[in-house]
Design a binder for this molecule. Structure first.
Ligand SMILES: *Cc1c(COP(=O)(O)O)cnc(C)c1O
Length: 379
């Protein structure tokens, strides 16, 4: 295995799921999103671990992601969170994936396809209560629920929505989310009053679970917190107040590499493309075999640091596609083959540190660790 690897601490994943279960009612189911290769952690292994520890549902974004899980023996229900196209419906049905539906055209087409295959499938009705992405309008929800209910090959297994600002502590966002939760609850009650069982009611992703205990309903969909990060670190204090305790998750991924060469660099000599870094004195730099093609984005430097035996060293010069250099100065304690930690648990540098530097969110950091970086699973 190459020196550059993402170590996946399954124990931290299990810990995070158990913390999540402690935040929701006993009867509330847990659906772990394993889309985008489980946010970069490896969807098959995370799905298998989820099955072992009693997770109820998995969720993916694409049909291919769902099919890959089925091919690897995963039997949990799998929600399909994004929309597929007509030519994929057959695979959805054959692989027993559970699509979100919300319009007549797709419902009829899925029902016809299921009839052709003589196989019934579960669907969840998606309602757009404010995300402005997919879902039917609230005022159309009853009509759509009725269409599903009368489709012979479809079973309405659940009703769901998504909250766009549940991870914000801004007053206007909190009032928006509260209204969304209330109108979602109201429409599910109305569906029931029409004599249709809405099944599993769900709306909360990580932010909703942490900030709105009343939004747990029958199932929650914790993505980023399962992998050890807050959706937005600015909510930590509010969460402590709402949950009446500190809620701390453990990052599941550690990105590490090793020093593969130590180079002498003399005063006024430069390092890397563009010659943006010039040595002010005679020094030494370590070469690490990781670059932007691995997910160490070029924009991370200058001022990016890494850890060797818990001591901080800075990346110097531009990050190349497959390698970059770190300034060792005259630190003779650093040796060739020493392990270099880029981010991870038990470290002062996390994916959140990178996210802040890049003005993005930790989701994007772990997702962007390229597939060519092998994942090493630690039980
Ligand atoms: C990705 C996703 C989630 C998980 O979101 P997190 O913020 O990572 O918890 C939940 N629901 C839907 C519909 C999603 O697309």
């Amino acid at each position: 295995m190459r020196a550059t690897k993402a170590i996946i601490y399954l124990e931290n994943f299990r810990k995070n799921i158990s913390i999540i279960k402690g935040l929701i009612p006993n009867k509330t189911k847990v659906c772990v999103p394993v889309k985008a290769d489980a946010y970069g952690h490896g969807s098959i292994r995370i799905a298998k671990e989820s099955e072992k520890i009693g997770v109820d549902f998995l969720a993916v974004a694409t049909v291919d992601e769902g099919v890959e899980l089925r091919k690897n023996g995963i039997t949990l229900p799998i929600l399909l969170l994004s929309l597929a196209i007509d030519e994929e419906y057959k695979e959805i049905i054959q692989n027993n994936l559970t699509p979100l539906v919300f319009d007549k055209e797709v419902i009829e087409s899925l029902n016809n396809q299921a009839k052709l295959l003589n196989k019934k499938i579960n669907v969840h009705l998606k309602i757009n209560t404010g995300m402005g992405r997919i879902g039917c309008r609230i005022e159309d929800a009853i009509e759509i629920a009725k269409i599903i209910d009368t489709s012979a090959y479809l079973t309405l297994q659940g009703v769901c929505t998504h909250l766009p600002v549940s991870d914000s502590i801004k007053k206007k966002d909190i009032s928006f989310t509260k209204k969304q939760i209330a109108s979602f609850k109201k429409i599910t009650d109305e569906i029931r009053l029409e004599g249709i069982d809405p099944g599993i009611i769900h709306c909360a992703a990580s932010g909703g679970i942490l900030m709105y205990p009343e939004a747990s309903f029958d199932m929650v969909r914790p993505g980023i917190i399962s992998y050890g990060y807050y959706p937005d670190s600015s909510i930590e204090k509010s969460v402590e107040i709402i949950q009446k305790k500190k809620v701390v998750f453990s990052p599941v991924m550690e990105l590490q590499t090793a020093i593969v060469s130590i180079q002498k660099i003399l005063k006024n000599e430069s390092v890397s493309y563009g010659r943006t870094w010039i040595a002010k004195k005679d020094t030494s730099v370590g070469v690490i075999p990781i670059g932007y093609a691995d997910g160490l984005l070029r924009k991370l430097n200058p001022h990016l640091s890494v850890l060797i035996k818990n001591k901080e060293y800075f990346v110097v010069g531009r990050i190349c596609m497959d390698q970059c250099m770190i300034l060792l100065n005259d630190d003779s304690s650093v040796k060739r083959w020493d392990v270099v930690v880029l981010f991870g648990p038990n470290s002062t540098i996390t994916a959140d540190t990178w996210a802040k530097k890049l003005k993005t969110i930790p989701y994007e950091i772990t997702c962007c660790i390229n597939k060519r970086v092998p994942r090493l699973y630690i039980e």
